[in-house]
Design a protein. Structure first.
Length: 458
């Protein structure tokens, strides 16, 4: 089924954050959009205002007639709904095209030029920055992002005229194998999601296969030195990038007074004095990758130079909450040892003379079990470490796997403590905080407002 030939799109689970981005996308394309969601919400109300027809009762008779034409209707569902759902069963029994969200993003990359960002970490910031660079230029883009852009307050950008779509290519559950990228960056292949893949070899093979999906007229841009054996088709142009090495790189890096400025070196034209809107060291690397994709898409060097300093970042990615001379507080989504290493290293580079306190909430029992030594090594870069209990997400506890595994392996001489979320506010209130960073992909972010108030009122 070709997206351009579809007349109607029906969503089972229309109100999810990822699904709602697709609802808006298809509305922008002039399609008839309808769907079901279990509960009414502010988001579903907004989607209805924007033109979608949504109901909250599991009822086949409420499906619009336009969406009962199987030759011209695409059905998109969330795996969160039971397979016994009456509407899902109706569409399945009547031979409709029924797809998951990842498959639909794959269809979009077959009809538009996909600029995709894959890798263990750095995906969300790099893809959001890429979308920002295109959006402010004469090129424009559609974009499906994995976080909320601070510039646009959304995870979806739309364009009526651009042939480009920016997508965060997620390796979880091999979702990115549905994509057909025009150009893709691969930021890292550090092991992760071993509960899905089982072995590092299987994880790496997933990335190798992903490179074979790039269009023959496309581009592969790989972080210099990562473990990858590309299997690109004939015609694909392959480049490397890095902070100090690669086809795309930085020179003359200047860090100081909370600012980072560098010269961008590129096969498509160098740009002097690039200023980072979010001045943390790892964003040099993210910025180089984003600028490479932007140049490939045809964004001019002048447009890139003017847009880079205006990038506001992404919620929960090096997200500064307090940035004062005597007090710094930021929240970060980092939940993998390599991400934590980058995050703390970036903060230490910005504030070399200040004590850095890191609060970390481990995410998943399996990830803690697999990487507790690496977590301890990365966290040991901080001057002081506070460990919270593991956030279980989708998992049941594993005997013997607790935050103490990390605690026991932190470098000697470091100030460290274990505590619950309930105990954390009082601990922070009684500490001499200079630079504080909260780390984790669980619900630690819910505590950020409370921590902010404690620090501001001390």
């Amino acid at each position: 089924m070709n997206i351009n030939s579809i007349k109607s799109v029906y969503f089972i689970g229309a109100g999810g954050i990822g699904m709602s981005a697709l609802v808006r996308y298809f509305l922008s394309k002039g399609k008839k959009v309808a769907g079901y969601d279990r509960t009414q919400s502010e988001l579903t109300d907004r989607l209805i205002e924007e033109g979608a027809e949504i109901h909250y009762e599991e009822n086949i008779s409420l499906i619009p007639e336009e969406c009962k034409d199987k030759d011209n209707t695409l059905v998109i569902y969330t795996p969160a709904i039971p397979l016994t759902h009456k509407e899902f069963v109706y569409f399945k029994e009547n031979g409709f095209e029924i797809l998951k969200r990842a498959q639909v993003l794959g269809m979009i990359t077959k009809t538009e030029k996909g600029l995709c960002v894959a890798g263990t970490h750095g995906k969300t910031t790099t893809s959001t920055l890429t979308a920002h660079l295109l959006h402010q230029s004469h090129i424009g883009c559609n974009a499906f992002l994995g976080g909320i852009s601070k510039n646009y307050k959304t995870n979806l950008l739309l364009s009526d005229t651009s042939e480009y779509v920016v997508i965060e290519a997620d390796e979880f559950d091999r979702s990115f194998h549905w994509l057909t990228p025009f150009a893709t960056v691969i930021t890292a292949t550090d092991s992760d999601h071993l509960d899905i893949y089982g072995t590092r070899e299987a994880y790496l093979e997933s990335f190798n296969k992903y490179t074979s999906l790039i269009r023959p007229d496309g581009y592969l841009i790989v972080k210099k030195g990562i473990d990858l054996s590309p299997r690109v088709q004939d015609g694909v142009k392959t480049y490397s990038y890095g902070i100090n090495e690669g086809d795309f790189k930085a020179e003359n890096i200047r860090i100081g007074n909370g600012k980072i400025i560098f010269d961008y070196i590129s096969p498509f034209g160098n740009i002097k004095d690039i200023k980072l809107g979010v001045p943390v060291y790892v964003n040099i690397e993210n910025g180089i990758a984003a600028m490479a994709l932007a140049q490939i898409a045809g964004v001019s060097n002048e447009e890139i130079k003017s847009a880079m300093p205006t990038f506001g970042g992404v919620d929960r990615r090096f997200d500064f909450k307090i940035k004062e001379d005597n007090l710094v507080f930021l929240s970060d989504y980092a939940h993998h040892p390599a991400e934590i290493k980058q995050s703390i290293s970036s903060i230490k580079a910005l504030y070399p003379d200040k004590k850095v306190t890191a609060v970390f909430q481990p995410h998943l029992y399996t990830r803690t079990r697999d990487f507790y030594k690496e977590f301890a090594e990365s966290l040991s870069l901080a001057d002081e470490i506070i460990l919270l209990d593991i956030y279980p997400a989708r998992e049941l506890p594993i005997e013997g796997v607790t935050s103490k595994l990390i605690y026991d392996n932190i470098a000697s001489g470091k100030t460290k403590s274990l505590c619950s979320k309930d105990e954390l506010p009082e601990i922070i209130r009684n500490k001499d905080i200079k630079v504080l960073i909260t780390l984790g992909a669980g619900d630690i972010d819910n505590m950020v407002p409370q921590i902010y108030n404690i620090l501001k009122n001390k």
